[in-house]
Design a protein around this ligand. Structure first.
Ligand SMILES: Cc1cc2nc3c(=O)[nH]c(=O)nc-3n(C[C@H](O)[C@H](O)[C@H](O)COP(=O)(O)O)c2cc1C
Length: 231
């Protein structure tokens, strides 16, 4: 199994510590691990040209960099997206990457492989802003087509240090173990739920009279407008 972690921060602090706890749960000879550390591994901001959506993803000025990352995302069985909460949201490094992936949302040109993955959002925050950060990241994974997304967050009530100094570190470890078990089960089942099916159908209907030729051609080529499904 391939496990990809997209780290919204290069800082080795709270977020890194929780990610490592999860990765430990998946250590096994059969699992491969990949990481994208932001902003080190991707340093572009979306220019707003919308070429990716309107002309094709290969027309993005940052196509080569984006495509390498998309290749890693496509290979993953489990996608972990981890970020500290910065001013009520994910880090700017992570947001900059997500902006480049708008073209592969369900409403445009979703990748077939996404419907067979499981997602995990990991957040760490001083005290507030977790809810909206998780919502933002969950919706990205959902609209890429990932049908099952888990989340886990820690609230540190302090800056600096890491979980090894926390009073509640045993509780965190226990919770991580429990969540990892649920994720392992989901990776065996890999079920596509009603919500994903509903949105796939809805966006298929909009493609039938679609306004964006690149999207319509993509859906036609996949056979999705003739009843074929990516799951
Ligand atoms: C620039 C900046 C902005 C932050 N904004 C928030 C925030 O809006 N809400 C919050 O609860 N904590 C906020 N924090 C605290 C961090 O989310 C928290 O300390 C987190 O655990 C840091 O993760 P790290 O140790 O992995 O870097 C902020 C920290 C920084 C550096």
């Amino acid at each position: 199994m391939n496990i990809l972690t997209i780290m919204g921060t290069a800082h080795k602090g709270n977020t890194r510590a929780v990610v490592d706890l999860f990765l430990n749960e998946f250590k096994d000879n059969e699992n491969e691990f990949e990481e994208i550390i932001l902003p080190n591994d991707f340093q572009n901001f979306c220019m707003g040209c919308a070429n990716c959506i309107l002309k094709g993803e290969d027309k993005c000025p940052h196509y080569n960099d984006v495509n390498k990352i998309v290749g890693k995302i496509e290979r993953a069985d489990l996608i972990i997206i981890a970020t500290p909460v910065f001013v009520g949201s994910c880090t700017s490094g992570l947001k900059a990457l997500l902006d480049h992936l708008a073209y592969m949302w369900l409403v445009h040109r979703p990748k077939e492989s996404m419907f067979n993955k499981v997602g995990l959002i990991i957040t760490s925050a001083g005290g507030s802003g977790v809810k909206q950060t998780v919502k933002l990241l969950k919706s990205n994974l959902f609209y890429w087509g990932v049908p099952k997304v888990y989340n886990y967050g820690v609230t540190t009530m302090k800056m600096g240090g890491n979980y090894s100094d926390y009073k509640n570190k045993d509780k965190i470890k226990k919770q991580v173990g429990k969540k990892a078990k649920q994720i392992k089960k989901a990776l065996i089942l890999r079920k596509v739920g009603l919500k994903t099916r509903f949105f796939f159908k809805l966006f298929g209907m909009t493609q039938k009279n679609g306004w964006n030729k690149v999207d319509v051609d993509y859906w036609k080529k996949k056979g999705w407008l003739d009843g074929k499904k990516p799951y």
